[in-house]
Design a binder for this molecule. Structure first.
Ligand code: PRX
Length: 657
């Protein structure tokens, strides 16, 4: 087992020297200018609060900080739906497209204007009212990527009803646990969804979940496919039937006036074994935080076509598909399916069709595209792209450079954005047009964000050093706690250092003060007394021209404490060979040092990942130690570990021979 970081800082070994200064033509037109870094916390967020959001009552005070709880925009009143929808229609932008929706079956697509969005939201909010939903009623949402998902979220915010969206890949148990924890009274779903050509039985999962979640009194079912589902009389109602005779006149369902600190939503973070935490996000600080970061970090223009290719069920989708972009009146893409359906060029065909200028995705997706090869992107005109983004995991420098060259044509700044469900908004990121980019580094804290890297004793490590990432000042979209669990909130985030938010990630700061994220702190290995982060060895492996993806972990070793086991996927579906193995060991030895060369290499066509695309190193450790596998319920594809265990055993047997 790898130990958590104990008494020493994390050693940092992998050095990436490539630099990409901002192109001058980009700088000239950029939303962010260097001056944004010069403002104080209160000044910056007062100005943003005044200009990004329409208030029905202005706030009296920017923030109050009584650790570990902050309040923002105190005294202000506003409504999120009004800000994301109604005000754009009132301003004469009703015809502007809010979302271009692409169904997975490729013949299905439709644009949704802000006026149409308003009409659908008003009708659905009126429908929810019929079911007794009002200010404060908790509502659960379990859907795929259909326009009705943001419609449902916005209808909740119109009524002042807090929601929790549960990603459509979660099991009935995960769903019922969340429904019960929040006390949801209504659950909104669809009969079935589409994923890689197969039907996802969403309503059926809801039925199983509702059997264990007695708080739910009503279930609204959107009809996405022609699939039959069980409808329980008195509880289940079809979306279209609920909407019969409902008005779409905005005055028939005025936006509820909410306090800045009223609950907007809970989003559960899927812990690996422990009970998920209901992360609390409130209204004004969250909305201002996501709209502001969206504006500066993605350089969004009034005519932009912006695509965040995440799922709305994750925080990335909440903040950067729904609330941030809609608050800014931005045209977005909503795509229902997977990147390889029906073919591996699906994403690039979407970019070409809608002339997308901003693409925001995750390293796992970029590495998949890398594995499939750049020829799929070459079939399409991607010249509309201006800005590329990455989120969710550290991005290996080679994947960054591949993305920059093959997707961005070498001209688009890549913003590697670091944040969490808990932070609500991006906190560490380059600003395009301002920041000199370094592949693999999230570079600088967003203006006013006080990020630092601490050692065990709560001292900032000097430049060049590694340790625990912390945030020392509040920010507007920060979590307001864990739902009904103050103790756990304090214990998880606020007990290691006084009045300082413990992120749970390792990081290093380089000589220029730029941040390099090193993954979760329990992913650190200890080899012969060197504390090495998994990401650095992985990046050294991916740096080899034949490697598409790599994950490493430590296993117990009598000689070195831990030895490194690497799981490697080769490009173009190649199988590994003994020659390749020694080539990779030499390569890591050259990039980092001989002690970091993997003791074992397991070649595998797939790595085990969570449904949000993060590599599950805990399972890799189990495989490496030949242990019974721990909880695999959050795995996207459980068959991957069986195959890995088999290959792992083969590899170990070779070692014994
Ligand atoms: O470990 C960090 C990693 O993802 C974690 C947060 O996960 P989640 O709450 O699911 O939110 C993901 C989307 C915001 C972080 O603690 N992470 C996220 N972005 C990056 C990252 N690691 C390195 N670089 C990033 N850009």
């Amino acid at each position: 087992m790898s130990e958590p970081v104990a008494n020493q800082d994390i050693e940092t070994l992998f050095s990436e020297q490539r630099r990409y200064p901002p192109p001058p033509e980009f700088t000239k037109q950029a939303n962010a200018q260097p001056e944004v870094y010069g403002k104080g916390l209160e000044e910056f967020w007062r100005e943003e609060g005044e200009q990004r959001v329409t208030w029905s009552r202005p706030f009296d005070k920017v923030y109050e900080w009584e650790p570990p709880y902050a309040k923002w925009y105190i005294g202000g009143k506003l409504n999120v739906c009004y800000n994301c929808v109604d005000r754009h229609v009132e301003a004469g932008n009703g015809d502007k497209v809010a979302f271009y929706w692409e169904g997975e079956p490729s013949e299905e697509r439709r644009p949704l204007s802000f006026a149409e969005l308003q009409s659908q939201v008003v009708r659905f909010a009126n429908g929810l009212k019929k079911l007794g939903v009002k200010k404060g009623t908790p509502v659960g949402i379990y859907m795929g990527m259909v326009p009705e998902l943001p419609v449902a979220m916005l209808a909740c915010t119109r009524l002042g009803a807090p929601h929790t969206v549960v990603f459509g890949g979660f099991s009935a148990d995960s769903l019922s646990g969340r429904m019960t924890d929040m006390g949801c009274e209504v659950l909104i779903t669809q009969n079935e969804g589409w994923r890689r050509g197969s039907r996802v039985p969403l309503k059926k999962t809801c039925d199983e979940a509702m059997a264990q979640a007695p708080s739910i009194k009503a279930c609204v079912v959107y009809r996405r496919t022609d699939g039959e589902v069980n409808m329980e009389a008195g509880r289940d109602v079809w979306w279209d039937e609920l909407l019969q005779d409902t008005s779409d006149d905005p005055n028939s369902c005025p936006c509820e006036e909410m306090d800045s600190e009223d609950l907007l939503y809970l989003l559960y973070t899927s812990g690996t074994t422990a009970k998920p935490k209901g992360i609390v996000h409130t209204t004004a600080g969250y909305l201002v935080g996501v709209a502001t970061t969206h504006h500066y970090i993605f350089d969004v223009k009034p005519d932009s076509v912006y695509w965040c290719a995440a799922d709305v069920g994750w925080v990335t989708g909440h903040s950067y598909i729904v609330y941030g972009p809609l608050c800014n009146g931005t045209t977005g893409i909503l795509y229902e399916g997977t990147p390889d359906y029906p073919d591996k060029d699906r994403w690039w065909s979407i970019i070409e069709r809608y002339k997308v200028d901003i693409l925001y995705t995750a390293p796992t997706a970029i590495r998949s595209h890398m594995k499939w090869g750049p020829e799929h992107a070459r079939k399409h005109d991607l010249s509309s792209l201006r800005v590329l983004g990455s989120v969710g995991e550290p991005i290996n420098p080679e994947a960054w450079v591949w993305y920059h060259e093959n997707i961005g044509g070498g001209r688009c700044p890549v913003v590697d954005t670091w944040w969490q469900t808990e932070t609500g908004m991006i906190l560490i990121t380059p600003l395009p047009g301002v920041t000199t980019l370094k592949p693999g580094s999230a570079t600088q804290a967003f203006p006013t964000v006080d990020a630092a890297v601490y050692n065990e004793h709560g001292e900032a490590v000097p430049h060049g050093g590694g340790g625990y990432l912390v945030i020392r000042q509040p920010w507007p979209a920060m979590l307001r706690g864990i739902h009904r669990d103050h103790e756990r909130y304090v214990q998880t985030y606020w007990s290691k250092y006084k009045d300082t938010y413990l992120v749970g990630d390792g990081a290093r700061v380089d000589e220029d003060g730029d941040f390099w994220l090193l993954g979760r702190i329990d992913d650190v290995m200890n080899v012969s007394g060197h504390r090495i982060s998994t990401i650095e060895v992985e990046s050294a492996l991916v740096d080899h021209p034949k490697v598409a993806e790599a994950a490493v972990c430590g296993r117990n070793d009598p000689a070195t404490g831990q030895a490194i086991v690497a799981y490697v996927t080769l490009k173009g579906g190649d199988e590994g060979s003994p020659e390749m193995l020694s080539e990779l060991r030499t390569h890591v030895g050259q990039r980092i040092g001989k002690f970091a060369a993997p003791a074992n290499v397991v070649f595998t066509p797939e790595l085990p990942k969570t449904r949000s695309g993060k590599i599950m190193r805990r399972l890799l450790r189990d495989v490496a130690e030949n242990r019974a596998l721990g909880d695999t319920t959050t795995l996207a594809d459980p068959t991957v570990v069986d195959e890995l265990s088999r290959r792992g055993r083969e590899e170990a047997a070779k070692g014994d021979a």
